[in-house]
Design a protein around this ligand. Structure first.
Ligand code: KIV
Length: 275
């Protein structure tokens, strides 16, 4: 195996680090990310070779029944990061910073410390230019950061709904400029959510850090899907998602298919992307 990280019986054999992901980007090999929230799913992800796990604040909607991510608390994030970490000691684990937990650099430092001490290897923050100093400060103190641009769900009330971002030239240029600023500030990864294929491609070409798309087309360095969507548990699945369980014999098989389709470029297909 090229990266010496996957065995077909036991799954990941070596811990995935940011260096593994950078090498995958430079070698043109795509990596799979799954947003999940508990130990059994985290264990299955390890066995099926999923490189990155995101303990997303989407858990507010997928697990806790809220209608947005805004009510999610630090305590809830810590509880789920701890559970995921207990189930998986090989994938790289990212923990989402919940709404208003990083509004100032001081809050960001103290709350990111708690997420890291719960077992995450990296924190994820939503936002552009205004976060560049925070990203730099966290990085200097040893806390890796995944940035998140495009549709940032914590700003749903500002956007007036869950809408594709970056459709106008002005919006697209702003996303690309923000991505470059965050890259220069030392961000380690970038989630790009719900942007046209062309914007996903241009951002990926413009930055050094690996990009992870969700509804951002097939040209990003990696893909992320929420476990509920992969397993067909979502009542109204988003256009960019795919139920991998319908063609699979069980949950590990569905995760295997997702991982394989990300690597081969079969997922996302055109029907999962925005023009
Ligand atoms: O919270 C989450 O699961 C996320 C992904 C949808 C990218 O941010």
């Amino acid at each position: 195996m090229v990266y010496g990280t996957v065995n077909s019986d036991t799954g990941l054999t070596k811990p995935i680090t940011i260096n593994t992901l950078r090498k995958m980007k430079s070698d043109g090999i795509k990596f799979a990310t799954v947003a999940l929230y508990d130990a059994p799913m985290a264990q299955m992800a390890q066995k099926t070779g999923v490189e990155v796990l995101l303990v997303g604040d989407s858990l507010g909607m997928t697990v806790l029944g809220y209608d947005s991510t805004i009510p999610v608390t630090m305590e809830q994030m810590i509880y789920h990061v701890e559970a995921v970490r207990r189930g998986n000691n090989k994938s790289l684990i990212m923990g989402d910073m919940p709404f208003m937990s990083y509004a100032t650099p001081e809050q960001a430092l103290s709350n990111a410390t708690r997420i890291m001490q719960a077992g995450a290897h990296m924190v994820k923050l939503e936002g552009g230019e205004w976060l560049a100093d925070t990203v730099k400060m966290l990085g200097e103190r040893g806390i890796p950061v995944c940035a998140h641009l495009g549709l940032t769900p914590q700003s749903v009330n500002k956007f007036g709904g869950y809408r594709v971002q970056g459709r106008s030239d002005e919006q697209a240029e702003e996303i690309i400029r923000d991505a470059k600023l965050l890259d220069a500030a030392g961000a380690d990864l970038l989630v790009l959510e719900c942007v046209p294929v062309e914007v996903g491609k241009r951002v990926t070409e413009a930055v050094n850090m690996p990009t992870i798309g969700i509804g951002a087309g097939a040209e990003t360095d990696a893909q992320v899907l929420v476990i509920n969507d992969i397993l067909g548990l979502t009542e109204q699945p988003p256009k960019f998602s795919k139920n991998f369980l319908v063609e699979a014999k069980d949950i590990p098989d569905a995760l295997n298919k997702y991982n394989a389709d990300v690597k081969s470029g079969a997922f996302p297909a055109e029907e999962h992307t925005f023009g």
